[in-house]
Write a protein that binds this ligand. Structure first.
Ligand code: ZN
Length: 310
């Protein structure tokens, strides 16, 4: 029978050490989520510092890569040991569901080990990693965020690991955990799909700006023309996509006017911190600034035409 072993727990709780001590000699393949996270960050073009907005996507990507490899190895008849934080029941349920679905009727025994170190061990691990976090704060965070696995999630055996003690802990079945997880996962899938759809539409719109005619407004002389980017460039306009980036402050002017009279120039005065304060702008500058912030949508329709059904 195939075997899937998952080792979960907070950071610095000794997951890797536990795996090396107990499973290094068995013939299983060992997969560590940290390797996949690194890959996901690199793919997304991030090194050490990852913006918070990109973190969720990268962690999901890493989890999916790990899942795909786990399935591939099990399908090839290999036992697998997975190291993953797996705080939430819904993540574990989704993982196990996907594996069972991909493996069809193949029998798989699933075990999960939850690292629950005592203070001394956790403290030692933190110092070894060079972390200056206190055990108390780690323990508090773990207590708040980690949901201890319940047998309803689909595990055959669940173990609590404290120091050298490995204790089988099969809590009372709580079917509502699965119901709630599936509901949350469905909502999450819907949200991710909507976000992806929004990003796709945005990409298509930006792409279309290379070829479609759109409104070019000269912020200096007030001239406006409904022309393509090529036509604008050839007649001397400073306008994205050829000059500057949609939505970011830059000169927006015709070929007859000087950059010195643009909002961009004013904001980038030497010795002044280049930040736009709306309260300091003239009414004309405010119109320019808001138009720029709302690009490219603000350039699709003539802003002076009244499209209302009156
Ligand atoms: Zn002009």
């Amino acid at each position: 029978m195939l075997k899937l072993i998952i080792v979960m727990g907070a950071n610095c709780t000794g997951k890797t050490y536990f795996i090396n001590t107990h499973f290094r000699d068995c013939k299983a393949d060992i997969l560590n989520v940290y390797d996949y996270q690194q890959r996901a960050y690199n793919e997304a073009g991030f090194g050490e510092s990852i913006p918070l907005s990109a973190q969720f996507g990268c962690l999901m990507r890493a989890n999916n890569l790990l899942l795909a490899d786990t399935i591939n190895k099990l399908q090839a008849g290999r036992d697998v040991v997975v190291e993953q934080t797996f705080y939430k029941a819904k993540r574990r349920i989704a993982f196990i569901d996907a594996i069972r679905e991909a493996l069809g009727t193949a029998e798989i025994k699933t075990e999960i080990y939850v690292m629950c170190p005592d203070d001394a061990r956790w403290e030692a691990n933190l110092r070894e990693r060079g972390s200056n976090r206190s055990v108390e704060s780690c323990r508090k965070q773990a207590a708040e965020e980690i949901e201890f696995p319940n047998p309803v999630e689909g595990f055959d055996e669940i173990y609590e690991v404290t120091g050298e003690k490995i204790r089988l802990r099969m809590d009372t079945l709580q079917p509502e955990i699965v119901d709630r997880a599936r509901e949350e996962l469905a909502q999450e899938a819907e949200r991710i799909q909507a976000e992806n759809e929004k990003k796709r539409r945005r990409r298509e719109l930006i792409e279309s700006m290379n070829t479609r005619p759109f409104w070019h407004y000269c912020e200096v002389c007030g001239k406006k023309e409904f022309i393509t980017a090529d036509e604008a460039f050839n007649s001397g306009w400073d306008y994205p996509p050829q000059m500057g980036i949609f939505g970011l402050l830059g000169p927006r002017k015709c070929g007859n006017c000087s950059i010195i009279n643009t909002l961009y120039w004013k904001i980038h005065t030497p010795g002044r911190f280049p930040i736009v304060l709306e309260g300091e702008l003239s009414p004309e500058e405010l119109i320019t600034w808001r138009r720029i912030k709302n690009e490219p949508e603000s350039l699709l329709h003539d802003e002076n035409s009244n499209n209302d059904i009156s």
